[in-house]
Design a protein around this ligand. Structure first.
Ligand SMILES: CC(C)(COP(=O)(O)OP(=O)(O)OC[C@H]1O[C@@H](n2cnc3c(N)ncnc32)[C@H](O)[C@@H]1OP(=O)(O)O)[C@@H](O)C(=O)NCCC(=O)NCCS
Length: 161
């Protein structure tokens, strides 16, 4: 049977687990996102949870915290990002969670910046209707130059199989 997926607002109690997910080496290498210390992570979340412009959702899979989908403003653009614990990968969960998010949050255009080597994430975005609109240099990660793909969900677009 297909897992039940629910998105709800992030609660303080979710943070120890989402911190653990962000510290899984396969995950942070995929995202090219350097892991933070527990203190750094908690301070960041304390700050972003106070800003009403941020949309911060926890993904529940059959009632368990599996990760999150977040959206924030950066240089006048609205970005989206997501992260799942490794044990939840490869089951279509990110695609379903992002689709639910896009049904709930109607702001467009939405942008995502993804490391070029993160094929799974690019595919998730494409399945949800995002299109590649450009490339940029990302922050260096583990001593490597990272190329980012910039993806946009404009005013027209939706789920594509
Ligand atoms: C990226 C991530 C969200 C994907 O989650 P997921 O639930 O496994 O994704 P889904 O199963 O919904 O979809 C993955 C798709 O990518 C495909 N895929 C998997 N690995 C791939 C690869 N290396 N290259 C290309 N496509 C790939 C899958 O086949 C699937 O496509 P399909 O449905 O057409 O078969 C998850 O791995 C994760 O949280 N990673 C760490 C954090 C991260 O990278 N976040 C995104 C930052 S931009």
């Amino acid at each position: 049977m297909e897992a039940e997926i629910i998105l709800r607002d992030v609660k303080q109690d979710d943070l120890p687990l989402t911190f653990k997910f962000e510290n899984e080496p396969e995950g942070y290498r995929m995202a090219a996102f350097p892991p933070r210390t527990r203190e750094g992570f908690m301070a960041h979340w304390e700050k972003i949870m106070k800003d009403p412009r941020n949309i911060l959702k926890t993904v529940l899979v059959d009632g368990e915290v599996a990760g999150g989908v977040v959206s924030w403003e950066q240089e006048g653009e609205r970005l989206v990002g997501y992260w799942l614990g490794k044990e939840y990968w490869g089951r279509g969960i990110a695609t379903r969670a992002l689709s639910i998010f896009l049904d709930q949050v109607k702001m467009r255009p939405l942008y995502a910046r993804v490391a070029k080597h993160n094929g799974a994430s690019i595919r998730v975005l494409e399945k949800c209707g995002f299109k590649i609109i450009g490339h940029d240099k990302g922050f260096p990660f583990e001593g490597q130059e990272i190329e980012e793909v910039i993806m946009e969900l404009g005013t027209i677009g939706g789920y594509v199989q």
